[in-house]
Write a protein that binds this ligand. Structure first.
Ligand code: CUA
Length: 335
């Protein structure tokens, strides 16, 4: 009996130590959405249960190794034990109840994270190799490469992909959803904490999957309205060809592969591109004039710059002549 009491107390101590130890490490980032609460609750509960299971296995094991060690000269066999129905029923029924309870809690948390608010603001999310773009249909349909969200209001993300499967994931919001070509998937998020986060792609989608990140910015209602109206104005009022070109470039995710800074991603940087000499994989060269740029946009595989490979699948973009002229006007500004 004495041994049971000691082991019982040690199990409690090790359970608490393991749980608070794991908790102190900070395994999760801050929680920034209403959908994070049920998920974090479930996570916490599982940490407690697994800390207890860990203690339940390790404490009796280590205790037996030390206390019931064979004495020198002791050659007797241990007492033979043949089954114990009560014990076997107990260690079957308790885990069964635990697993069923967790299944119920899992279904409950899934329902909580999908709870729909009829006032939710719709944002369309377009994923492509290797960038995200966001369209705001309630504000005239402008498109940006940053996801701005007002705090406290549910947003309904209607998501689709231009090419392969991606996965929308902001760790601070906890919820995650695959984004598929030819099909719309949805995610509901109610931001509860202002700040700057990042949407990451959580599905291996190609060479620059790791860099498929865009800013997510949660601001108060007033700041959001101001930002949205500014974007709308910029989108709707007449602009210079250069501005229109930049808008097209950002809305179509071009900067997921091409930087403006000279840094090399999957595709060549656009810094100083226009008018420069291009060297190709087949050894030929040309000057980057309008004809070359139009060809490269509409048929990216036609000329491959030396040191790069054709993307697979190669994105196909449809722009009309006017749009192409805007993009070229913008490229000319990138000295
Ligand atoms: Cu998109 Cu990984």
């Amino acid at each position: 009996m004495r041994h049971f009491i000691i082991v019982g107390l040690l199990v409690i101590l090790v359970t608490l130590g393991t749980y608070f130890g794991l908790d102190a490490v900070g395994l999760l980032p801050v929680d920034a959405s209403a959908q994070a609460s049920p998920i974090d609750f479930l996570w916490d509960l599982q940490l407690i249960v697994l800390s207890f299971l860990f203690a339940l296995i390790v404490v009796p094991l280590v205790y037996s190794l030390i206390v019931f060690r064979r004495k020198p000269g002791d050659t007797e066999d241990a007492v033979h034990v043949e089954g114990n129905t009560k014990l076997e029923v107990t260690w079957t029924v308790i885990p069964l109840i635990t697993v069923v309870a967790f299944a119920y809690l899992g279904a409950w948390s899934l329902r909580e994270t999908r709870r729909a608010d009829p006032q939710a603001m719709v944002v369309r999310v377009i994923a492509q190799q290797f960038a995200w773009s966001f369209e705001y249909p309630e504000y005239g349909g402008f498109i940006t490469d940053q996801l701005y969200l007002p705090i406290g209001r549910q947003v309904l993300l209607q998501m689709t992909s231009r090419d392969v499967i991606h996965s929308f994931w902001v760790p601070e919001f906890r919820v995650k959803q695959d984004v598929l070509p030819g099909r719309e998937t949805q995610l509901r998020i109610t931001p509860t904490r202002m700040g700057r986060y990042k949407v990451r792609c959580a599905e291996l989608c190609g060479a620059a999957h790791y860099s498929m990140e865009n800013a997510v910015i949660v601001v108060d209602q007033v700041a959001f309205e101001k930002w949205a109206q500014e974007q709308r104005m910029a989108f709707e009022t007449a602009q210079t060809p250069e501005q229109k070109g930049e808008r097209l470039v950002r809305a179509n995710g071009c900067l997921g592969c091409h930087t403006l800074t000279g840094q090399v991603l999957v595709g060549p940087s656009w810094k100083g591109l226009f008018g420069s000499e291009r060297k190709f994989a087949d050894g030929t060269t040309t000057i980057a004039d309008e004809a070359y740029i139009i060809e490269s946009i509409l048929n990216p595989a036609a000329k491959i710059v030396a040191g790069f490979q054709t993307a697979n699948p190669m994105p196909a973009y449809v722009f009309d002549e006017e749009q192409l002229s805007y993009i070229i006007a913008y490229l000319k500004t990138l000295k």
